[in-house]
Write a protein that binds this ligand. Structure first.
Ligand code: NAD
Length: 472
């Protein structure tokens, strides 16, 4: 049963691995390096806990509301730890914690009650939604808590239990979150495991798991799907993006520049649905490039714990090397640096916010997901050409259109091949909306009631209508 005292996260006798502060590039703590064979006992406990947890929706909803309160109350412990291991400004860590609590509250109120089937036959048929069992959640390092909550809030609300594995780059805030949630949830309902590969691979392919919900890169998503296929386990994959923003020729450049800039650079550009390419009409092109460069030069880059920081470091050394590689290749391809373009001369994984102009459309910084503080700006001649370029990608997460005539902008947005399109903003999601990337951006639907049903299976009961008593 839930306790008001947090349960300590499970310790292991074995190895631990270092956790790096990206603002210094140095280790500041360690996390348990749990081995794949430890999962058998964890998943057994998740099955045990499922018996009680699936029984009563009202009890679950009460526990999830209490969990949301506990997360908010722990904000002052969670936020600095999240910033320390992830790099984002402290205010953004607090916002992430608020979104974690909001998700718990939202899903606590969703009730997948029975649904009658009306087909004209004299049969009373009903769909009753049943939970699946233990769910495995594997998440990346860019929003460790909020992306975990996007998985555990609907899964637990649906009556499942969960084993949650954070990225080895950001294990600590998630471990603390698990401990905080244990004050409101029965033992075994949510277990956080930390460790390096092949822990995730084993979790994704474990035969005791009934649903694997993964957020991360496309190559890992493919590996997860292949692993889950062995036991034909259901998968939900939320993968990468290469979102385009199309600026129309009636856009008020000065008015939109800052919002467009932050849609690309928030969390140091490490957002799956960040703006990763800007298409501007030839007439406005110099103005758009110059306005974005002005924002890049004005952004305050620093350690996330320093007051006033707007942009933290890149999260980890391989990711920083990736950003440098894409930028160097763009320059070799003929791009022009208008702002940034280099690492900062200080310890840690800092890269100056970078605006690239005159980038060839086939340079990898345009065609692939670079996932960092770099933004290529490309000119176009006709709107048709811009839409074609925006859609000419293997990804399909989001996209946006920026202009003054909202009807015209919406008509252009309607042509984007992706899961979510925005007008004059980007990457702001509603808890109540379906979130579903197309093409390489994902499989399945998260968010809103659709996210809840993704964690349920339909069970159908048919019974004949009551026989009428025969008249005497
Ligand atoms: P990643 O794919 O390298 O890792 C994601 C998670 O998978 C981590 O926990 C990692 O430890 C684990 N993992 C690694 N190898 C594994 C394996 N073989 N089997 C199972 N698990 C394994 O991704 P990342 O670098 O941590 O995150 C960045 C990526 O995540 C970007 O592509 C970004 O677009 C994507 N992302 C997508 C969304 C979305 O909602 N669509 C949201 C955030 C991030």
């Amino acid at each position: 049963m839930p306790t008001s005292r947090p349960r300590r996260p499970p310790e292991t006798d074995g190895e631990r691995f270092a956790v790096i502060d990206p603002a210094t590039g140095e280790a500041f703590d360690e996390a348990p390096d749990q081995q794949p064979d430890a999962l058998d006992a964890v998943i057994d406990r998740a099955h045990e806990a499922w018996r009680g947890w699936r029984a009563d929706p009202a009890t679950r909803a009460t526990a999830l509301r209490a969990a949301a309160d506990a997360v908010e109350a722990a904000g002052a412990d969670l936020a600095p730890l999240l910033t320390r291991e992830q790099g984002k400004p402290l205010a953004e860590s607090y916002a992430e914690i608020a979104r974690t609590a909001a998700r718990l509250r939202y899903f606590a109120e969703l009730d997948p009650g029975p649904q009658p089937i009306a087909d004209g036959r004299p049969v009373r048929s009903e769909v009753r939604w049943r939970p699946l069992g233990p769910v495995a959640a594997i998440v990346p390092w860019n929003f460790p808590l909020q992306l975990a909550a996007a998985k555990f809030a609907p899964a637990l609300a649906a009556g499942n239990t969960m084993v949650l594995k954070p990225s080895p780059f950001t294990p600590l805030a998630t471990r603390l979150l698990g401990s905080v949630l244990s004050t409101a949830l029965p033992e075994g309902v949510l277990t956080v495991v930390t460790g390096r590969e092949p822990l995730g691979a084993r979790l994704a392919s474990h035969p005791g798991i009934r649903h694997v919900t993964f957020t991360g890169s496309v190559p890992t998503g493919r590996a997860v799907a292949a692993g889950a296929a062995a036991s034909l386990t259901r998968v939900t994959l939320e993968l990468g993006g290469n979102d385009a923003a199309i600026v129309l020729d009636d856009a008020d450049v000065e008015r939109i520049a800052e919002r467009l800039f932050w849609a690309a650079f928030r969390n140091c550009g490490q957002v799956c649905m960040a703006v990763k390419r800007v298409y501007a009409p030839a007439r406005l092109y110099p103005h758009v490039v110059e306005a974005l460069a002005r924002c890049a030069k004005a952004a305050v880059v620093g350690a996330g714990l320093d007051p006033g920081t707007q942009l933290g470091p890149v999260n980890n050394a391989p990711q920083l090397a990736r950003v440098e590689r894409y930028t160097a290749r763009a320059l070799a391809d003929g791009a022009r640096v208008v702002a940034g373009g280099h690492r900062l001369d200080r310890p840690g994984y800092f890269f100056a916010p970078t605006i690239l102009a005159d980038v060839p459309s086939d340079s990898p910084v345009v065609t692939e997901e670079q996932f960092g503080p770099v933004l290529p700006v490309l000119p176009y001649r006709t709107v048709d050409e811009a839409v074609e370029a925006a859609n000419d990608t293997g990804f399909g997460l989001g996209g946006s259109v920026w202009g003054t005539d909202l009807d015209r902008a919406e008509a252009v947005a309607d042509l984007l091949e992706c899961g979510t399109a925005w007008i004059n903003h980007h990457a702001e999601l509603s808890l109540a909306q379906p979130f579903a990337g197309i093409k390489d951006s994902g499989v399945g639907v998260a968010g809103g009631p659709w996210g809840l049903y993704g964690n349920l299976r339909p069970f159908v009961v048919h019974r004949p209508e009551e026989a009428r008593p025969t008249e005497a």
